[in-house]
Design a protein around this ligand. Sequence first.
Ligand SMILES: *Cc1c(COP(=O)(O)O)cnc(C)c1O
Length: 430
Amino acid sequence: MTSRFPAQPELAGHPYFQFRNNVLYAEDVPLSHLAERLGTPLYVYSRAALKAAWESYRSAVGQRPVLVCYGMKANSNLAVLKEFARLGAGFDIVSGGELKRALAAGADPSRIVFSGVGKQAWEMRNALAAKVKCFNVESEAELRRLSEVAQGMGVRAPVSLRVNPDVDAQTHPYISTGLKENKFGIAIESALDVYRSAQSLPGLEIVGVDCHIGSQLTDISPYFDALEKLLDLIERLAQAGIRINHLDLGGGLGIRYTDETPPSPKALLDHVFERLEARGLGHLHLVLEPGRSLVGNAGVLLTTVQYLKHSEARNFAIVDAAMNDLLRPALYEAFHGIRPVHPRAGQETVYDVVGPVCESADWLARQRKLVIEQGDVLAVESAGAYSMAMASNYNARPRAAEVMVDGDKHYVVRRRETLDDLLKGESTLP
Ligand SMILES: *Cc1c(COP(=O)(O)O)cnc(C)c1O
């Protein structure tokens, strides 16, 4: 028996994004309605998906002493931040701008950790004034600056060193951070010496050890390799009289974009606590900094087919979203699932789905079998992380609107930029 509708493989964001009667829904809202009412390109997030992703961490933590700090660079929309703040999340920030946003969303500063390789003095001052939990420091020069800034304010800055354990996260080179040749962290061989010099600086108080080995990890073994190296370091630190309170393992758990089966927070935490116990370090608190795995599959990007263009070598679907809206394909050759929100029956054609920007790198998906016509609305899957957060105004394109769905309701959480917005802040010579 043939079904009434074309077969629908499960979406990456299932069950928060799923087909009902051949129309794609976000929770209880048909995406075609949102596209009609709000226009495209449009980012659509599911509140229930955010909550479920948070719950996967919360239930894995149980009663254990773990602070989960949302790696907010993945998606720093205020409504997303507010949701996590309400759920009790901490935040991992990488700039003074992210501090501003986190505080505006009601974050508890004592649950904020400040990461990043290039912190400026003003950013340090703002974070010290807010009394953040910890600075994850990445160089000796940064230690000296932080100590001076803290002394100038008459306080001591809580610090961890971000240690580079030299493990291969086996992910895309642009999102691998734990190898020797990366700009991030302090080589693990020098870490003891750098901790000693941190100890000698008057404006600092050592509180932890930090690492972050990369992003979109789909294999758990790099974490375990890094963990053993960090536990060795923590033992050496203790022998040198340097006691720490927490171990921060960073973010990086992957999500399913296509057919990946990323490790779960529980698999990670169970192993980590087993090893902490086994090595007599059961007193340590743990910090995690997940970004992508909390938001990646809680969003889609809606875009409308403007033209179909057939050349000898390729068929192109030219859509109204572009690399300025979603950079990941251009930047990392990333895969995003893509499908019509209202699928039609018919003969499949293989398309490259591309945007209007004047760059050959401006594509969203390549070589996809689709049945589409001009005017159809497509959903780009897994667009909750590193998507709107990386959007720009390249080609003088106003940035997309963002909407959050909650059951059968929807809320515009960032209005579409206007053409007048594009001119803001600029001036010409007299
Ligand atoms: C980007 C980043 C994160 C979040 O990484 P995900 O892969 O999104 O989980 C956490 N910590 C640091 C230091 C980061 O730079």
